[in-house]
Design a protein around this ligand. Sequence first.
Ligand code: GTP
Ligand code: MG
Ligand code: NA
Length: 457
Amino acid sequence: AKEVEENLRSPICCIMGHVDSGKTKLLDCIRGTNVQEGEAGGITQQIGATFFPAENIRERTKELQANAKLKVPGILVIDTPGHESFTNLRSRGSNLCDLAILVVDIMRGLEPQTIESLNLLRRRNVKFIIALNKVDRLYGWEKSKNAPIRKTMMQQTGDVVKEFKMRLNRVQNQFQEQGLNSMLYYKNREMGETISILPASAISGEGIPDLLLFLVQWAQKTMVEKLTYVDKVQCTVLEVKVIEGHGITVDVVLVNGVLREGDQIVVCGSQGPIVTTIRSLLTPYPMNEMRVTGTYMPHREVKAAQGIKIAAQGLEHAIAGTALHVIGPNEDMEEAKKNAMEDIESVMNRIDKSGEGVYVQASTLGSLEALLEFLKSSDVKIPVSGIGIGPVHKKDIMKAGVMLEKKKEFATILAFDVKISAEARELADKMGVKIFCDDTIYCLFDKFKSYIEGIKE
Ligand code: GTP
Ligand code: MG
Ligand code: NA
């Protein structure tokens, strides 16, 4: 506790980049977990959060730190999807974070979502570093598990070093084309102007010590003001989930302030504002990913920054991506409720005013926005007449069924990453409402597209 003398909170670090550049695998390497291999299709489709305590960082960076002082309690890392459909989740991640890691696959260089992520970060003025990942794929690479990068580079043959420099150069040129100067971090003397590049491997761990130490030292040196803890609660809902033994829970990122058991909170809900009381506060164990179901630690109170699972009554209609407010003793309840509902209004506005279109159901506001965006920008124009968040129930089938008399092919539910109740399925069969479901956006879209094209022929 002696280290935390400046009262800094943990920095929130977002990890971004093109699909399959190795974001989740890098985190797996640090955590000692296997989250990536459990993902559907090997791609990340949700925002995740993992807390890395200072003592773990100290342990992992032993070889590098002479007498480095860690002043922050740890780092909270937010994993984001790289697939093109999830622009809004990347956007949400970049909105939440204090700093970021932009991951580039050394073999592939800059790719479309690298550039998209880069632009999101620049637009929000988020400082970031570049992790140049997959160095172990350089031809002839000699592995040296979890070694600092300069140490491992000295053990490589001349050919490997040559290929490394060639590829590094190419990436630097590509960043230059985007208007950014970049340089190997240990050569970078103009931090801030020039972006630091940290080579790494998520498979054999080379460069991981450098990455961790750099992040912590950089944050506590240059972001003191931003990271100085304040009491006012700042909190965003990431996900709404059913957890066995806890009922409906919401996963949140607490950026500032303290949440306590028994706090009265208000969150944005699909059927209006939800006012409820925190029944329990749970966190995953340190070094564990919140989006992976496991065992959680209960707390009386949790101080920012932290990823937290909150159990409370009435959360089933809570919407991910919106702010959670704690209602203070002197606060006006109606005002708090009104503020809570601002986030969803923008999505509601995207529904087709003609009233003709498919019914779209998704697990979170984020994934719903992504799906709506996808449908809007696709070559086949698909109007949307209704939206829902959470599992598909009978009432959703009823709503979609309205189209049977207007435009039969739109009497359809596109269910993205949500469960469909048995009664809902039964009713859909009886009424002739089609349900398409999938846990990846583009597969879901393809299923619907071939159905529509089949009808047209
Ligand atoms: P999305 O979340 O879907 O955007 O992908 P991601 O950036 O999280 O990449 P992910 O961790 O899913 O890794 C993609 C693939 O690259 C997996 O097959 C990994 O095993 C592989 N991979 C990731 N990092 C490395 C690395 O450093 N070296 C090698 N050889 N393979 C890697
Ligand atoms: Mg991933
Ligand atoms: Na992936």
